[in-house]
Design a protein around this ligand. Structure first.
Ligand SMILES: C[S@@+](CC[C@H](N)C(=O)[O-])C[C@H]1O[C@@H](n2cnc3c(N)ncnc32)[C@H](O)[C@@H]1O
Length: 250
């Protein structure tokens, strides 16, 4: 998958750079609030380091984690020994109708459109009738959707240059419908500690952290000048809020 971060190299500092336990606890709480109480067999796909996965366990529930990266699964296995497998969500090593629930936190936005579609097809295959999919949507929009002076400047420039997102809500629901996956709920969780100050925004934009910013040329230069003119250059703006969608398989 071109453009995807190297999660094997990322593994050792993934947790601390993604909001650590606070973010994981919020994400897991949002998941648990949408899980039907009779969820016994649960697969966390793209489980990463297992920092969310481990918070979905409870007595009587079989929780497994699957991830493509050996570096990430090595860490996840320390949290959930014997329950983590290396695997690809586009070819799941799971039997048909074998899961009550499938969780995908921060996965679909990383995939290209055909891979995302293949992942949803696989999820529909492994869920039992009445089973639950919980997935984040609009992930990359979240940091630009906060209500503050930085995003007021950045959002229109991004809108002009960013490509459509694989995890856009409309796209996920359109792909889910013919697979028998219907939206039955939603929730949200904060990206604790991820709000950026104007100065940090400028550094991120200029460091090439966003594909769309690299394409923005003079508009990027102008945007950075406007960010530099904002007050409170080192005060972080509000944390982003990530959306979680529940789809139920008919
Ligand atoms: C942003 S991390 C999210 C990890 C975890 N869900 C969390 O919330 O901390 C994305 C993860 O997706 C995994 N991944 C990417 N493509 C995958 C695929 N096709 N199959 C399985 N895992 C994949 C990566 O290895 C990485 O661990």
């Amino acid at each position: 998958m071109t453009g995807m971060l190297d999660y094997d190299r990322e593994a050792d500092h993934y947790d601390v750079t993604r909001g650590g336990d606070a973010r994981a606890a919020s994400a897991a709480a949002a998941v648990r609030a949408l899980l039907p109480p009779d969820t016994t067999r649960l697969a966390d796909l793209a489980c990463g380091t297992g920092i969310v996965t481990v918070r979905l366990t409870r007595p009587g529930r079989q929780v497994i984690g699957i991830d493509l990266s050996s570096g990430m699964t090595r860490i996840a296995a320390t949290r959930l020994p014997g329950r983590i497998t290396i695997g690809d969500v586009t070819r799941l090593p799971l039997a048909d109708a074998s899961m009550d629930a499938v969780v995908m936190i921060w996965l679909l936005h990383l995939m290209n459109a055909p891979a995302g579609a293949a992942a949803l097809t696989e999820v529909a295959r492994v869920l039992r009738p009445g089973g639950t999919l919980l997935t984040t949507v609009d992930k990359n929009d979240a940091v630009f959707a906060t209500d503050d002076d930085t995003t007021a400047l950045i959002k229109p420039v991004r809108a002009a240059y960013a490509a459509p997102q694989t995890d856009a809500t409309g796209r996920v629901t359109d792909l889910g419908a013919p697979l028998g996956l219907t939206v039955t709920g939603e929730n949200a969780f904060p990206g604790t500690g991820q709000g950026r100050s104007p100065r940090r925004w400028r550094e991120h934009l200029l460091a090439g952290a966003f594909t769309w910013a690299k394409a923005a040329g003079d508009d990027l230069t102008a945007l950075c000048e406007r960010l530099q003119a904002l007050p409170d250059q080192d005060r972080p703006r509000p944390d982003p809020v990530y959306r979680l969608l529940r789809l139920t398989k008919v």
